[in-house]
Design a protein around this ligand. Structure first.
Ligand code: HEC
Ligand code: HEC
Ligand code: HEC
Ligand code: HEC
Ligand code: HEC
Ligand code: HEC
Ligand code: HEC
Length: 407
């Protein structure tokens, strides 16, 4: 708020508008009046319109800047040599599987996957890398267009080994998988499917990449237009106030993507839910009945695990933002997270009961012992023929006492 206040006075606002319109003109080559009515990237089923995070820059520069560094913002993008992390250099550009091998080649600015079926003489046209899924913290998968149909490619990238791998749950022979909304819903802000059912045909130009501002704050065209036309207005207009939502609504804002696959649709499409609504009316997991929480997978179900933890059950206000600032990349910031634990665990009744020497040995790192990294059962990759099931490690959100500790 401080930054914005300063910018919003006198000379500040004039130069700000000037810069903003300059940026806008360079990018879009349109007339000045278009500035007051931002370009619409896509329209949600509820009629609200997406304008993209670039339009937020002029008024929320601090949040915009740190947002660009988050895994959320970078979790999907148009594929190019900057966004694709896998190597196209000779020697490092091969994935060799049992019945098929792949070679990744860069031809001018375009990236391709070439497929060779072993022991058979079939010609398979190369697939172009069109879309990247995954920020690359753990890995990336890639999608390719065939006209307006979207498919997942067989090669993925695995960050721990800096290498190409067979995509999770793909067979060892040549295969492409049609990609519908059920896959894209957690890695994109919005995609405009041409079908009402599970089809894989999209309006290519109406995809909003990354988990962008408007996925958590709802499509914001009206908010932007209002504040551009009313630069002296200080109170937010046409904007949901997340701070005032109920605990469950705030949890749902994250649970739409962090509570399992929620394959069972009860209403609309996988992209229909918007923050502020009741998520359980839209979708649920198969086996939605209470399960043994030790069976929840650490991958993608932080909501289910956290809400099973005593920390959550025995407090009235804990939600995801108790520990996470959704606008910042906080990965690896153990000091910050341990402080969050200490905000509650300093009274006599709930302090750690393990030997002080053991705590010191772990560098006072609460999360190393109580939220250890655990192997995912659902997210595994095949590194080569000999190791078909290598799991990704994800930090569990079932906060508790564990015998095995992995830092
Ligand atoms: C032309 C200026 C302007 C633009 C562009 C703009 N906002 Fe705002 N926004 C404001 C003002 C003014 C406020 C009210 C002061 C505050 O809360 O910081 C605000 C407040 C907010 C709030 C807090 C609401 C609340 O009451 O707590 C959110 C969230 C928000 N904006 C999101 C966005 C998003 C997302 C975008 C881009 C899609 C965006 N804004 C673009 C001016 C703007
Ligand atoms: C539209 C789906 C979606 C929503 C909504 C969403 N997330 Fe995520 N989140 C993801 C995906 C996908 C990733 C993995 C990104 C990657 O690395 O490619 C992720 C990653 C994360 C990470 C790990 C970041 C890192 O540095 O690796 C945290 C923490 C997180 N989300 C917290 C939250 C919180 C808190 C909320 C709610 C305020 C939230 N998410 C809402 C989809 C979502
Ligand atoms: C229900 C939401 C959801 C769906 C559906 C989903 N993902 Fe994810 N995905 C996540 C979350 C959350 C993470 C990271 C955090 C974690 O592991 O829990 C992630 C991580 C990833 C990563 C690793 C990113 C990184 O570097 O950390 C890749 C690659 C990926 N997903 C690809 C896919 C593909 C391809 C599909 C569709 C076939 C898909 N995901 C469907 C939520 C989802
Ligand atoms: C992963 C979800 C998520 C994304 C993405 C996200 N926000 Fe937020 N934002 C939140 C949540 C949750 C809060 C409320 C924080 C709280 O209550 O502690 C919030 C609060 C805000 C606020 C008001 C409080 C403040 O910190 O000033 C503004 C303004 C805002 N967001 C703007 C943005 C803009 C602009 C972007 C994109 C550049 C963005 N947000 C991206 C979840 C998100
Ligand atoms: C909002 C307050 C709050 C925060 C933040 C918090 N906890 Fe807790 N935690 C509690 C409460 C309340 C209990 C239940 C107290 C009791 O058992 O008497 C609890 C219980 C626990 C337990 C015992 C679990 C069990 O199953 O018996 C452990 C271990 C724990 N917390 C560790 C942590 C760690 C590690 C963090 C930081 C990642 C953390 N807590 C953050 C409030 C919190
Ligand atoms: C008590 C504190 C706390 C709460 C509450 C919390 N988290 Fe976390 N979360 C952490 C810590 C600590 C990490 C590990 C960060 C790191 O590795 O640097 C983490 C990591 C993550 C990751 C990345 C996991 C991985 O290993 O790739 C995701 C995704 C995530 N949190 C989502 C959520 C969501 C969604 C919620 C709400 C349902 C939530 N978190 C609530 C403390 C918390
Ligand atoms: C070396 C690993 C380790 C570290 C580091 C550690 N703990 Fe523990 N903690 C344990 C073990 C083991 C227990 C169970 C001890 C027992 O059975 O009495 C425990 C118990 C607890 C309990 C439950 C107490 C009760 O009576 O229910 C809480 C709360 C807790 N720890 C919080 C923390 C916090 C907060 C931190 C960081 C300051 C922390 N722990 C650091 C291993 C650790």
């Amino acid at each position: 708020m401080g930054i914005k206040k300063n910018l919003l006075n006198g000379a500040g606002i004039v130069s700000l508008l000037f810069i903003a319109s300059l940026v806008y003109h360079c990018k879009n080559g349109k007339t000045e009046s278009d500035y007051f009515n931002p370009e619409i990237l896509a329209t949600h089923f509820n009629g609200e319109q997406f304008v993209g995070s670039e339009t937020c820059l002029e008024c929320h520069a601090d949040i915009y800047t740190t947002h660009l560094e988050t895994a959320h913002y970078n979790t999907s993008a148009i594929a190019d040599s900057a966004t694709v992390k896998g190597s196209f250099k000779g020697g490092a550009n091969i994935l060799d599987l049992k019945d098929v091998s792949f070679e990744m080649r860069q031809e001018r600015d375009t990236l391709f996957q070439y497929t060779t079926i072993k022991n058979r003489n079939v010609d398979i046209p190369p697939s172009k890398f069109d879309i990247v899924i995954g920020s690359g913290v753990k890995g990336q998968s890639y999608l390719t267009w065939e006209n307006d149909e979207l498919f997942q490619m067989q090669t993925s990238y695995y960050t721990p080994l800096d290498n190409w791998v067979n995509s999770p749950s793909f067979p060892t022979y040549s295969y492409t998988r049609p990609i519908g909304d059920a896959c894209l819903k957690c890695h994109m802000t919005f995609a405009t499917n041409k079908n009402t059912g599970p089809g894989n045909q999209y309006h290519k130009e109406q995809i909003v990449y990354g988990v962008d501002c408007e996925r958590c704050h709802r499509p914001s065209a009206k908010h932007v237009a209002y504040h551009r036309n009313n630069p002296s207005a200080e109170a937010a207009k046409y904007m949901l106030k997340l701070e005032t939502l109920s605990r469950q609504q705030r949890l749902d804002a994250c649970a739409q993507c962090h509570s399992g696959l929620r394959q069972e649709l009860l209403k609309g499409t996988p992209f229909s839910f918007v923050v502020g609504e009741d998520l359980k009316k839209y979708s649920q997991n198969y086996n939605a009945a209470p399960v043994d929480n030790s069976k929840l997978d650490v991958h993608g179900n932080q909501y289910g695990l956290l809400t099973s933890s005593e920390c959550f059950k025995q407090t009235a206000t804990m939600d995801c933002t108790t520990c996470h600032d959704p606008h910042k990349n906080q990965r690896g910031n153990a000091v910050y997270f341990n402080q969050k634990c200490m905000e509650c665990h300093t009274t006599d009744s709930v302090v750690c009961t393990v030997e002080t020497s053991q705590i010191n040995e772990m560098g006072n790192n609460c999360i190393a012992c109580h939220m250890p990294k655990m192997p995912s059962r659902s997210m595994t990759v095949e590194l080569d023929e000999n190791s078909p099931e290598t799991p990704f490690y994800v930090r569990t959100h079932l906060i508790g006492v564990y015998s095995q500790q992995k830092k």
